[in-house]
Design a protein around this ligand. Sequence first.
Ligand code: ASP
Length: 320
Amino acid sequence: MTSRSNNFAIAVHGGAGVILRQFMTEEREQAYREGVASSMKAGCEVLKSGGTALDAVQAAVMVMEDDSVFNAGKGAVYTHDGDHEMDACVMDGATQDFGAVAAVRLVANPIKLARLVLDESPHVFLAGTGAERFAEKHGMKLVEDSSYFDTKHRWRQLQQALKREKQNAGKPHTQLDHSDDREKMGTVGAVALDINGNLAAATSTGGMTNKRFGRIGDTPIVGAGTYADDKCAISATGVGEMIMRAMLSFDIAALMEYKNMSLAEAAELVVMTKFKEFGGSGGVVAIDAEGNVAMPFNTDGMYRGYTLADGTSEIAIFGD
Ligand code: ASP
């Protein structure tokens, strides 16, 4: 938790889960660190030049969507049927307006489409082929087929999940992206404060490996995986079913609003106590209107980083 007044700040995550030092190679660690650093840099450039928090979080998330080490955009995990279905949401704290998309298959940058929904649609949340029709109508080019998102490591993860399912007498086994000790990549998110004092949050994901039947996770659900108002902005990662049931992000915002808790107190209480007792695993990156940043997680690790206006910057992975 940082605690200083900053006229702009950004924090990002690349997913939380079983991220253990003993399974991390130097190259892999470097790839994540570089991914997080590039994402923060893109967001900071927007903020430094006086851009909005909304533009900053979109820029930061797009960098990670384009980086195949993360489970969002290129590199998204596989569904049970060997396809990719992605969810994303961006929320403007100044207006509490948001744009969200779910189960899109042919959109290279789902967060860009979520932003288009925010800016151009009378609706706030579009799903599946309808969302893709909306994208095309607004001049967004779709990828030709979903092989654009294919990666070998994700395919291996699906095969492992299917194997576990078989061993388990066919009991459906969806898998959090980082629940495999050797495959530790994930959902991405960003929160930012701009020089005008406005906050925004954005989250984008391929969801959970081996998900079925049009499953949608917490990421595009406002108050669950993504939330922003004039006091805080939050992006979550972890098992979506639990995050939705706990309304994780809104719970933090509500404690700040109604109990006058600080961001650090609220985020810590929700993620480390309430959510944990609820049986949920995951974490958040969160920021308040003073530029304080909190990044609690109750898993072994979370890819994360923050940069403040005074140049203070930190990137971390593990919990210890
Ligand atoms: N929260 C995401 C989901 O359930 C997964 C993740 O954070 O890795 O779709």
